[in-house]
Ligand binder design. Structure first.
Ligand code: TXA
Ligand code: MG
Length: 344
């Protein structure tokens, strides 16, 4: 198959992409978080192609992308007040809400669950594609399963060139980590995945928020979990990653003491001078956490090289999107963290 490369800046792009979606084809779409691998979310055969292209386990449900908050009612039922409050405050934006699904949503899309995840992305072209297609677009992150997510059209082409109908290039993703997922189907709102919207921001609207244990610890692959995607080892480069916490100086001492040829260091730009001889790769500036979230997956992709022996990674502190960066890095490291302050 020849993959069409469409620019978000060309006015015909939305219509071409929408027609492909209507015809049951796969189209990679830009969003503010990461690129998605999109298909008509109401068409089982189209959705099946997503699972095949990604090599994704069948029990891992997809997010339905909608063009405006009102569309939530077409695909979800028993919608609590809190969902409208969240939509009002954060949509379009990097928040996904899990709600009871209407029968119109195929079980193949929801991975067999009776609930469905919905999100209105903050990307004008993608919302226009959804609107013109007249159907919600089911889209996981466009990476091959188990690989770091795709934050540029080039990442998508690397994983899927020749195997999907089109890639819509909207430039690098602004947020760079996937959306925050909150489940509103139980008595208490539950954070299933941190993302662009921080837990503090959610609590301001919801009052209450339980953090699912899949967010803070490694989950056994046979465990029964709320977000099936959380139990798979995500975002993982080919080699072991170790997070080194502690002050800049202590972390550098620890890493220098343990570094052997073949290792790499993933750090903040401000730290580059400390690691001159350790092949450091900076993923953003510690002083601006948005640069870290935007750069993380591109860096993890660059480090996804079997020739690398081990990666020592530095992780930002704090809440907001830093909390999501911590979560993704900890998952890449399978929660392997050393405290340089205690070790030296
Ligand atoms: O930012 C994002 O959310 C990106 C862009 C493309 O929108 N999409 C994305 O999709 O990250 P994906 O498939 O890579 O991650 C979706 C996560 C998975 O962990 C899945 O298990 C969970 O959402 N999920 C989907 N539907 C669910 C449901 N009904 N209940 C619980 N978790 C659900
Ligand atoms: Mg994903």
């Amino acid at each position: 198959m020849k993959t069409l490369h469409l620019s978000a800046e060309v006015s015909e792009t939305a219509e071409i992409a929408a027609n492909l979606i209507k015809n049951g084809e796969l189209v990679a779409i830009p969003t503010e978080t990461v690129y998605g691998l999109g298909a008509n979310g109401l068409d089982e055969a189209a959705v099946a192609k997503i699972f095949e292209a990604k090599g994704r386990p069948q029990d891992n449900p997809l997010i339905l992308h909608i063009s405006c908050a009102e569309e939530m009612e077409k695909f979800c039922k028993d919608i609590p007040r809190a969902a409208y409050d969240l939509a009002e405050k954060f949509w379009p934006g990097p928040l996904t809400i899990v709600l009871p699904a209407r029968d119109i949503v195929p079980r193949r899309t929801t991975g067999g669950l009776s609930t469905v995840a919905v999100r209105c992305p903050d990307n004008a072209v993608t919302r226009e594609i959804i609107r013109l297609a007249g159907v919600p677009i089911a889209a996981p992150s466009a990476n091959i399963s188990g690989k770091p997510s795709t934050t540029t059209a080039q990442h998508v082409a690397h994983d899927h060139e020749g195997r999907i109908a089109a890639i819509v290039d909207g430039g690098p993703c602004r947020v760079g980590v996937e959306s925050t997922i909150v489940d509103l189907t139980e008595d208490r709102p539950r954070l299933l995945r941190p993302g662009g919207i921080g837990p503090e921001q959610l609590r301001e609207v919801l009052g209450d928020l339980v953090v699912d244990k899949a967010v803070t610890a490694q989950i056994d692959k046979d465990a029964v979990v709320k977000a099936p995607g959380m139990k798979y080892r995500h975002y993982a480069p080919a080699e072991p990653v170790v997070i080194v916490s502690g002050s800049r100086e202590r972390a550098a001492e620890y890493i220098h003491a343990h570094f052997v040829p073949g290792d790499r260091v993933l750090c903040f730009q401000e730290e580059l001078p400390l690691y001159g001889d350790c092949k450091p790769l900076a993923y953003g500036r510690e002083a601006d956490v948005n640069t870290l979230s935007a750069g993380l997956f591109a860096a993890l992709r660059e480090l996804d090289d079997p020739a690398i022996h081990k990666v020592y990674a530095r992780c930002p502190e704090g809440g907001g999107v830093a909390y999501a960066v911590q979560n993704r890095l900890k998952k890449a490291a399978a929660f392997h963290i050393v405290d340089a302050e205690a070790e030296l």
